[in-house]
Design a protein around this ligand. Structure first.
Ligand code: SF4
Ligand code: SF4
Length: 442
């Protein structure tokens, strides 16, 4: 072996720079921030999937401002400046960091190219902002106070089970415990009504959580890990106390919190939670496959499906990682990257296509490439214009494929699409997937 070959082999064989996938320390992501090559794969959907220049971007933040600081590449460069003490906190800097739905589109886009941990870097920047007293934003602090005072992110004093009507018939004990979530409990009550109707029609027993409170999505998303961890521990204890085998949500944001971010906060793997986490889509799809869910009533509509981010790009199971990095970024031990492969892409389409009468149309941006609705992770509360801008772009895509109805799997998408469509006078219907299925059962 030549000297050059030997040197290369040695350097390749001996990674020695320690790092962990731990968002408590932005320094863990120095390599990722340094090695962004500004290719913008985090912004543009791979052109091989796209019909043309329209509907070809994937970042709601950069779509809003059309300025590179707002896309992941810009945010990564700013994160490096934060780490090296080269940027000062300002309102503008906080806007760049928080006007982002942490939708994961940049993360899966980058991992087709360089395998950088973009999503975790963006989360770690927010944790750093909170630790330095600059974040979160006042609107987020207000929401966190509301959660601490009332157990829900709206500060509502009404009964959390106010959505339950006389037809809702949960079991006292069941394998499945249904975690309803704040949005479905107070704002989008049609979703839990539809979910329970579908489960009951398929004879799938479920119970409800006693004294349910918020899942902690917004505290976690804005970087307040202490508050989020307390919520995670209390919620996990309630599931264990219930004896349930499966925690089911009908909200994509709750789903990601339970499945990915609770284990991340606790430093454990998803399969160490002690119970399985499922979205309603998975439970309904299993019932369909077993012949228990009978979709018999025709729904004669041209429908398209919006892959909500947190049942698609961001919901791969969590596994803590500590290792070493060396020459050319090679690492030991091997790291199984999270690439959005566990998304519920097929299950949701199977369910929709099982409804008689449906004329299903795919949008150009689908599955991992879907554009976020703009409504999640505390971004809409702080930057409503950004949220509307993303929803408006997606609604244009719904119309582009000639659909009159857009179906999603998250009440936060439901709110953001419905509110934007109403404000713009758009004649499209917005439905949750549970509502669509409820229309098809007797
Ligand atoms: S895709 Fe990755 S490497 Fe390319 S610009 Fe975006 S963050 Fe940087
Ligand atoms: S997480 Fe989503 S909104 Fe934030 S930078 Fe990445 S693609 Fe843009």
């Amino acid at each position: 072996m030549s000297v050059i070959d030997k040197n290369h082999t040695d350097r390749y064989d001996t990674p020695e720079e320690p790092f962990a996938l731990d968002i408590n320390d932005l320094g863990n992501f120095r390599y990722d921030m340094q090695h962004c090559i500004k290719c913008k794969g985090c912004y543009w959907v791979d052109h091989t999937y796209m019909p043309g220049v329209h509907h070809s971007v994937r970042c709601p933040s950069n779509l809003w401002k059309e300025f590179d600081s707002y896309c992941a590449a810009g945010k990564m460069r700013i994160g490096l400046g934060m780490l090296d003490g080269k940027v000062e906190w300002s309102d503008h800097l906080l806007e760049i960091i928080y006007a982002c739905t942490l939708c994961g589109a940049c993360d899966v886009g980058c991992k087709r190219n360089l395998d950088l941990e973009v999503d975790l870097t963006l989360e770690a920047m927010r944790v750093r902002a909170v630790k330095e007293g600059a974040g979160p934003l006042p609107v987020h602090k207000d929401i966190i106070k509301k959660i601490e005072k009332t157990g829900n992110c709206y500060g509502a004093s009404a009964d959390r089970n106010g959505w339950m009507d006389a037809d809702v018939n949960p079991a006292e004990k069941a394998d499945i415990i249904y975690f309803v979530g704040c949005s479905s409990s107070y704002v989008n009550q049609s979703v839990p009504k539809a979910i329970t109707k579908v489960l009951q029609s398929a004879d799938v027993p479920y119970m409800l959580m006693k004294d349910e409170t918020c899942c902690g999505n917004i505290p976690f998303s804005v970087g307040d890990l202490d508050t989020a961890k307390k919520i995670a521990e209390a919620n996990i204890a309630k599931v264990k106390e219930s004896g349930a085998r499966v925690l089911m949500t009908g909200c994509a944001e709750c789903y990601r919190m339970w499945k990915v971010d609770y284990p991340k906060l606790l430093g454990i793997r998803t399969d160490e939670l002690g119970f399985e986490v499922k979205h309603f889509i998975e439970v309904a799809d299993e019932a369909l496959a077993e012949g228990k869910l009978k979709l018999t009533e025709p729904v004669n509509r041209r429908i398209t499906y919006h892959d909500s981010c947190n049942v698609s790009k961001t919901c791969d199971p969590w596994e803590p990682y500590e290792g070493k990095r060396g020459w050319m970024g090679c690492i030991e031990p091997r790291l199984d990257r999270r690439r959005g492969k566990s998304g519920l892409y097929d299950q949701s389409r199977e369910l929709i296509n099982a409804v008689p009468g449906i004329d299903f149309a795919e949008m150009p941006r689908k599955k991992e490439n879907a554009l976020c609705c703009g409504g999640g992770r505390g971004a809409k509360q702080a930057f409503p214009e950004m949220a509307e801008n993303a929803a408006r772009d997606r609604i244009e895509e719904v119309k582009f494929v000639g659909a009159g109805t857009v179906v999603s799997a998250c009440p936060w998408c439901l709110s953001n699409f419905s509110e934007t469509a109403a404000r713009d006078g758009e004649k499209i219907d917005v439905l949750d997937i549970a509502e669509l299925l409820a229309m098809a059962v007797k």
